[in-house]
Design a binder for this molecule. Structure first.
Ligand code: ZN
Length: 422
């Protein structure tokens, strides 16, 4: 078993708890002293930083939500002065106010190490050639694979959004051993290989890391067979780090959460009450070591369950089930988060378009035109030039707001369902 940080990944759970409690104390004081939002939240709840001595006390603190981050845009959630921030990132695909997340040099160092941990955990070594087929322009996690790979000495090929046939050529010519992409793009590559009559045995691929959108076990089977690899799931949260919160080990028995940096809780999404180990609910995360953008009890809206039973790989870190469902309506398309609220907001600002729409994603269609939005238009706007102009207006407004190419279909006013996933 290969480990990047053996001292923490196999730590006795009592020692891990001590480490987490120690880090929590520092974090709470840091957040209270430097983030006005948390100071106000503590004061309103009649809490003092000294009241939070251990992780058990954490439940006294209210949750932090995405809305809180939007309300405090741009710098209201920052815990360090801007001179200490070395990177600012804003995830696309949020409705309402955007969100900007800052990282100090130390934050980025930790992030890089966590991505390296994922890589080592699935057997990637300095001998590997890692082909990263994520969109570097839009998916902010893409660069983290480069840095994680550099840390372990592997070679990176940032193939980014090159079309599938080019990706296959790179794989074959460069003898890439690892593919990192969305699972839907991996499926598209497999389809293209079949069309071109390319056998996976002609490639040198061994391992795949896939994430940024949910993918069922059935897709894992297709990807493993189609590319002749072992395929692993990775998990991150845009508002914290993505990827780098957790990753599967070679046992494929859940994703180990890096608990020395993130403390997980599972709650009932309706009542907010904590659930016991093994029960499925919403994942809530507290960042234990973040300097610039600490989040306490952040509601991820991802549904999962936790398991602290020892894993056959030897790691003692808790495992989370793979996530397939959300407790809100967010969907992920090519690593970009899309909220139905955001689509509604864009459509409501366009005259001649009704409030109802339907949305379809084809998870197997590959990179182009995967997201289709069907909108209602008033009969007057569905005439000749008006129709073409309106269509263009809707398409470009959605593309601008979502950061994604969207296929728009207009229909004369009729009732449609809100979300329809295919
Ligand atoms: Zn394991």
């Amino acid at each position: 078993m290969a480990l990047f940080s053996p001292e923490t990944e196999t730590m006795n759970r009592c020692e891990l708890l001590d480490l987490q409690n120690e880090r929590l104390g520092i974090l709470i004081n840091h957040a209270y002293a430097n983030v006005r939002f948390y100071r106000n939240q503590f004061d309103a709840a009649g809490l003092n930083p000294d009241d939070i001595k251990t992780l058990d006390d954490l439940k006294k603190i209210p949750f932090t939500t995405r809305e809180d981050l939007m309300d405090n845009y741009p710098y209201g959630m920052f815990a360090v002065p801007l001179r200490d921030v070395v990177r600012l990132q804003f995830p696309l695909g949020h409705y309402g106010n955007p969100i900007v997340i800052g990282y100090t040099r130390e934050d980025l160092k930790i992030w890089r190490e966590l991505v390296a941990r994922i890589m080592v955990g699935v057997g990637i070594t300095e001998h590997d050639i890692i082909q990263v087929a994520f969109n570097y322009g839009l998916f902010m996690g893409a660069f983290r694979f480069n840095q994680g790979a550099e840390l372990i000495g592997a070679a990176v090929v940032p193939a980014s959004i090159a079309p599938a046939d080019v990706q296959i050529r790179i794989m074959r010519d460069f003898r890439s051993t690892v593919l990192v992409s969305t699972p839907s793009f991996a499926l598209h590559i497999i389809e293209t290989m079949r069309t071109q009559g390319i056998d996976p045995k002609e490639l040198s691929l061994k391992i795949g890391l896939f994430g940024a959108e949910p993918w069922p076990e059935s897709a894992r089977g297709i990807i493993e067979e189609g590319l002749g690899i072992k395929a692993y799931d990775i998990y991150g949260v845009t508002e914290l780090i993505e990827p780098g919160i957790s990753g599967e080990c070679t046992e494929k028995a859940g994703l180990h959460i890096f608990e020395d940096h993130f403390f997980p809780e599972i709650i009932d999404p309706v009542t907010g009450q904590p659930l016991i180990e093994g029960e499925e609910g919403e994942l809530v995360l507290t960042s234990l070591t973040t300097s610039a953008y600490p989040l306490l009890r952040y509601r991820t809206h991802d549904r999962t369950a936790l398991c602290t039973k020892p894993c056959a790989c030897g790691r003692t870190l808790v495992r989370m089930n793979r996530t397939f469902k959300r407790t809100d309506q967010m969907i992920s398309v090519r690593g970009i988060n899309v909220f139905p609220e955001m689509i509604a907001e864009v459509l409501s600002g366009i005259e001649g378009i009704g409030p109802e729409y339907s949305l379809a994603i084809n998870q197997h269609a590959g990179m182009n035109d995967k997201l289709k939005i069907c909108v209602e238009a008033s009969p007057e706007s569905m005439h000749g030039e008006n129709e073409a102009a309106l269509h263009e207006k809707v398409q470009s407004a959605l593309r601008k707001a979502l950061g994604l190419r969207v296929q728009v279909e207009m229909k004369k006013g009729s009732s449609l369902f809100l979300v329809d996933m295919v």
